[in-house]
Ligand binder design. Structure first.
Ligand code: AMP
Length: 518
């Protein structure tokens, strides 16, 4: 099945209902969305000479045309390569080259950068700027019939956000994305045609993926006009587009929860905030629950198993009477309906409840492989299970807690220290806004625990002694940081995830230079 059938069907059944919105304004009804999708598809094939299976990249900020391009690409049987628009030119070039993209759909803000790559990226034939004259010609082309797709045909090359190395293109098929959408209905929320989805986060990542279940059910896709998260605009959009859900990284949820415009808003039209993609610390979650009430659901997934490994449902968040509610809130919830999830040792043997090991996943939502990387694919999918690289453990009720990425675990004096646990404790101190814990090579201990701490605004910066005491009050002595660094902000990538690699590099450079702390 071709996922673009959803747009075609809503176009037939409810042509005058709103489909795409630019802030409060309707950009296209379903009839128009379906007509543009079929026309752009026709133009991509007949005018630009593409054939099913060819790749078309999208490099643009969130805007309604993004969704028109995405569904047109699928309508024509092509493969979409959504690229994070905030990436550096060389990173964009790398993804275009790796995916062999033949066409890029971009916007005016990125037209120069993308245009400059036509000569250097061998596969790239042309660049289309949307909105614009050329885009108008594409949308005015004669409509094309929906191209038949098999379940295993690739639909989306999802380039991993690269907190740990060169991005790789997880190949997501039509079946993968269909399963992702169906299990959203099973585990997160049912969606109705009167609902809306707000795209506050980049469409090239989680927000774009979770747009799919909403398009499937005929809800309105709303693109805010302010770049990023603006509490005032969200309050206004809630009134205009009720039944609203959106996906947000934990850092975004934290920012919104602290926004006075959100605190003052009538949230009765807010349906669900789905957060995930990085750890949500308990202290932040409690603040968010106080503002948003039982409207939060957490998902744990990765590009390779799009948005779908486990979920902590809205009901779990609301179940405060549960004796282990706090522990549950620090975890990532139960396996999703459409996947099997295990925790295994280095030889892929199951570990008992409570023991930490690598999280592995199997199911029809799991990618078919990395684009053009047979060795990496075989390694990652060995034995038919996706090896996530995340370390976690199950409790007796089958809820999973993530300890860390395996690459982030610190081994100090032969003992494993999971940075997340130390970060949770540091964040309990009122003088700490953000914390990231990493390893520094250490001649005595192998690795030493180092904490980067961002002091809270308006509070006096905590002292090393106070932080030490907070750690001693809650965790084993050997987990306590050997060194604290106070900084203004943690380095984050374009999706708001903390890039620990950069913090480790800072420490390594200092060690190489025999710096003050060694
Ligand atoms: P990406 O493929 O870029 O979306 O990154 C996926 C990785 O983000 C996962 O393998 C986890 O390490 C992390 N991650 C995703 N969701 C969560 C979550 N709910 N809690 C903690 N870490 C998460």
């Amino acid at each position: 099945m071709n996922l673009a059938v959803w747009v075609e069907r809503h176009g037939q059944r409810r042509p005058r209902d709103p489909a795409l919105a630019d802030g409060e304004h309707v950009h296209a009804d379903w009839g128009t969305f379906a007509a543009r999708t079929a026309a752009v598809a026709g133009s991509l094939c007949e005018q630009l000479g593409l054939s099913p299976g060819d790749r078309v990249a999208i490099v643009m900020h969130n805007r309604p045309e993004y969704l028109e391009a995405l569904y047109a690409i699928w309508h024509a049987g092509l493969v979409a390569v959504p690229v994070n628009a905030r990436l550096h030119r060389d990173e964009v070039a790398y993804i275009l080259e790796d995916s062999g993209s033949a066409v890029v759909v971009t916007d005016a803000d990125h037209a120069d950068v993308v245009g400059s790559l036509v000569d250097s990226v061998a596969s790239l034939r042309t660049v289309v700027v949307a909105p614009g004259e050329r885009w108008d010609r594409l949308t005015g082309w004669s409509p094309m019939r929906l191209v038949d797709r098999r379940p295993d045909d690739p639909a989306w090359l999802f380039y991993t956000s690269g907190t740990t190395g060169r991005p790789k293109g997880a190949t997501l098929t039509h079946r993968n994305l269909l399963l992702m959408s169906l299990s959203y209905f099973a585990d997160i929320d049912p969606v109705h045609s009167q609902d809306s989805v707000l795209h506050t986060a980049p469409l090239s990542h989680g927000a774009g993926l979770y747009g799919l279940p909403h398009v499937a059910r005929g809800a309105v896709s709303v693109v805010p006009q302010a770049a990023g998260v603006d509490g005032d605009e969200i309050s206004a959009l809630l009134r205009r587009w009720p039944g609203m859900s959106f996906f947000a990284a934990p850092t975004m949820v934290k920012r919104l929860a602290g926004d006075p415009a959100v605190a003052a808003a009538d949230l009765s039209d807010l349906k669900t905030i789905i957060y995930g993609g990085a750890p949500m610390y308990l202290a932040d979650l409690e603040e968010a629950l106080a503002v948003f009430g039982p409207r939060l659901a957490q998902i744990y997934g990765q590009g390779e198993s799009p948005m779908t490994i486990t979920a902590l449902s809205k009901a779990d968040h609301a179940d405060r009477e549960h004796p282990r509610w706090r522990e549950r809130m620090q975890g990532v919830g139960e396996p999703r309906t459409d996947v099997e999830v295990r925790v295994v040792d280095d030889d892929d043997r199951d570990l008992p409840t409570g023991e930490a090991g690598e999280v592995v996943v199997r199911g029809d939502v799991v990618m078919s492989g990395y684009w053009n990387q047979p060795e990496e694919t075989a390694e990652s999918l060995r034995g038919g299970w996706l090896h996530t690289g995340d370390i976690g453990s199950f409790d007796a009720e089958g809820y999973l807690t993530l300890l860390d990425r395996s690459k982030d675990v610190i081994i100090s004096g032969g003992m494993n220290v999971y940075p997340r646990e130390v970060e949770e404790v540091l964040l309990r101190h009122p003088g700490v806004r953000d914390a990231a814990v990493v390893a520094r090579p250490d001649p005595q201990w192998g690795e030493a625990v180092v904490a980067f701490v961002v002091p809270a605004e308006g509070e006096t910066s905590p002292t090393v002694e106070q932080l030490d005491q907070t750690c001693l009050d809650h965790i084993a002595r050997f987990k306590r940081p050997k060194d604290y660094r106070f900084i203004d902000a943690l380095p984050t990538n374009n999706y708001g995830k903390v890039v620990k690699r950069e913090l480790r590099e800072t420490l390594r450079t200092e060690a190489d230079a025999d710096g003050p702390n060694d």
